[in-house]
Design a protein around this ligand. Structure first.
Ligand code: FE
Length: 339
């Protein structure tokens, strides 16, 4: 082999290598990588539809929210994740406070998702709504006795109340909203009243709260609406109903599942496009039908089972408060003996 041939084959190798790098980069630009604390069956249909419409592939990794946040922190600027999805504004706020998101503010997102469901700095946006409200036994409770979260602290409900543990983020966010709406002192009195009215030690899950009511252990409780939806879908005759709390005052406490673009995303444009698409009418109706949640986009109708529970006024507290007041809520529940 003469020198000329050697050089030209070296050039050829270099050209092949360069073109394969370009191919990898092109593929990377057409892929968005998502870390999701939402389960696969809730996100896969959405991503599939997004890919069909845009040609952008979505790769995803599902896991526990806390573990994925730790992973994002450890990976730092080398993370493959362009987006992080999780449930509860308290968790989204925490990821934001750990500097894991970058601000994304686009007209589409601002038009599609109401302001109180988005981070004021644009670090994350709510994509589906779940209300946390009162659930009661239709056998033993007259709905006319129900009114507010605060009212569950009144003597009427002595030994009749079941609650989920204070360790769950859903409880922390609700109590944070009560601190926001009532002030610390009054919220503390309400928590004390709740603890005094408990029929049993707090339950590990919302479904256990409803099972305890069905078993006659207690008469009222608090649940996220989609857990009620799952139960009633399986057993439409169950003697349980939802009651919309605080309709004459601040409205029902709502929370979200949501997402943000990661601080070190390599495909910011693709991730922003996905976030915008997830807020669109098409994605929002898929969202609602998958998990008995409410669309965050108020122009989109809820699924039939969810609509049957009736309309309600929602608390319009900006959900970043669920994070900002979380530490106060946790301390208060400890002091008041809410386990
Ligand atoms: Fe849940």
């Amino acid at each position: 082999m003469n020198i000329k041939v050697l050089i030209s084959s070296a050039v050829m190798v270099a050209i092949i290598m360069m073109s394969s790098i370009t191919a990898v980069q092109a593929a990377a630009n057409d892929t968005v990588t998502v870390y999701s604390a939402r389960k696969e069956h809730l996100i896969k249909p959405l991503f599939k539809s997004f890919t069909e419409e845009t040609g952008i592939q979505v790769e995803y990794l599902t896991g526990k929210g806390a573990a994925l946040i730790e992973r994002l922190k450890l990976e730092g600027e080398h993370t493959p994740a362009d987006m992080f999805m999780t449930v509860d504004a308290g968790n989204l706020w925490y990821a934001g406070s750990e500097d894991l998101f970058q601000p994304i503010k686009t007209e589409k997102i601002q038009n599609n998702i109401p302001k109180h469901l988005r981070d004021p700095k644009g670090l994350w946006t709510g994509l589906s709504i779940r209300a946390r409200t009162i659930v009661y036994s239709t056998d033993r409770v007259n709905a006319s006795k129900l009114s507010t979260y605060a009212n569950l602290a009144s003597p009427e409900w002595k030994d009749r109340l079941c609650l989920r543990t204070s360790k769950k983020i859903y409880t922390k966010s609700l109590v944070a909203s009560m601190i926001y709406n009532h002030g610390e002192k009054e919220a503390g009195n309400i928590i004390s009243g709740w603890v005094g009215n408990l029929a049993a030690t707090p339950n590990a899950k919302d479904s256990h709260v409803m099972n305890a009511i069905l078993a006659g252990q207690c008469d009222v409780g608090l649940v996220n609406t989609y857990y009620y939806g799952r139960l009633i879908e399986k057993d439409p005759a169950a003697p349980l109903k939802l009651f919309w709390a605080n309709q004459d005052t601040t409205g029902v406490h709502v929370n979200v599942s949501g997402a943000g673009v990661t601080k070190y995303a390599s495909n910011v444009a693709g991730a922003t496009k996905l976030l915008e698409w997830l807020s669109s009418s098409k994605a929002q109706s898929i969202y609602g039908s998958l998990n008995k949640e409410y669309p965050a986009n108020s122009n989109v109708a809820s699924d039939d089972i969810v609509s049957a529970w009736g309309e309600f006024k929602q608390d319009d507290m900006n959900l970043s408060q669920a994070g900002i007041l979380q530490a106060k809520a946790v301390r208060m529940m400890q002091i008041k003996g809410y386990k």
